[in-house]
Write a protein that binds this ligand. Sequence first.
Ligand code: HSE
Length: 426
Amino acid sequence: MKKVNVGIIGLGTIGSGVYKILNQRKSKIKKEYHIEIDIKKCCDISEASRKRLKIPKKNFTKDYNDITSSNEIDIVIELIGGTNVAYAISKEALKNKKNLVTANKALLAHKGRELRKLSTANDVSIGYEASVGGGIPIINSIKDSILVNNITSFWGILNGTCNYILTLMSEGIDFSKSLTMAQKEGFAEADPTLDINGKDTAHKVTVLCQTCFNLNLNVNQIYTQGIEDISSYDIEVAKNLGYEIKLLGISRIINKELDARVHPTLISKESPLANVENEFNAILVNSNNLGPFMGYGYGAGMLPTASAIVADIVRVSSSANNQSNLQPEPKLSLKKFENVKSKFYLRIMIKDIPGNLGKVTSILGKYKINIDKVIQNNISNKLKVIPVIILTKSLELKVLNKALSTMTKSKLIQRGSLIIPVEDFA
Ligand code: HSE
């Protein structure tokens, strides 16, 4: 029987879930895997969590060094989030030759390569399944897959909070109420602006690019647009046109260039990602031999995320070292988003007076922008400024931006323009 001692740092929503599941599954893991996992120490800044979880006093500390420096601990489970203290904890743990299990996508996005170097140098592993897609076992599926496949692209609904908000908005609940509900359910980050502005998704895209392509991107260079400017009206118009609006993390390799971005996207109702609702996440991965495969499940929440962490603990415990040697990174440059070709959904606000729509279409014509559809609904006849929705055919975003800037300069359009790419998963 192998004995493994773990220390949990952070007893918030996810940490509490890990504590519960590890206790629940202890005898099953012992029986099936011949591994006895003992929660040696838990660390949190507040004793309230200890009382709530009924953790014996001798197994509790407020000082994480009692875990990262302890000779008794084999695996450090970092669940405090953020990139400051979590970074210090992770470095310390790896330097002290402890395996690390984390759900911290921000930390991995910013410090992933450095931490992987440290883990290789110290002959220990990092388990990070829970950092992307909550409970979906996508990271380890990808790791298995790349042994026999070259991954060429992925598309993901990677933020449960945004997906939950967009679903609720499509049912008529407004943005701020939807966000409050997501926070109450425990899906949102401590700072929910990271969810809403797309940054959390960009962190996950970065982690996926490390896993799929062995590429360490600077997360700040990934084009990132959140869901703040999406209105219920956009969702309704998109639906009538046969689309859903989803916040997607996208990455694909095209001719030695990497196209990686995060933005709300119009996707056809027929596409496999269109019916992913509420806090569910889904990741569609394309690779040369296997073709497409997709992971779907709860992307956030206590027990699903904790389930991925506990699976990592068992995985890390059962292998001597599953950390592969660091390979040289492929040479790929990041494609600028404005150079990516796509169809676009354009919402502009114009004064409701004769001839204005004609002026708009004539400017689009001047820039050789081909229109697929135009929709102008008088959503309220009291409004003097009304939304006009234009669906374009494929073009480079920079051309659309130029046309929009001409419209702004000529005072044809008012504030409130929005551009959303339409994705056809090619
Ligand atoms: N805030 C994140 C989300 C949690 O909503 O998806 C899971 O990473």
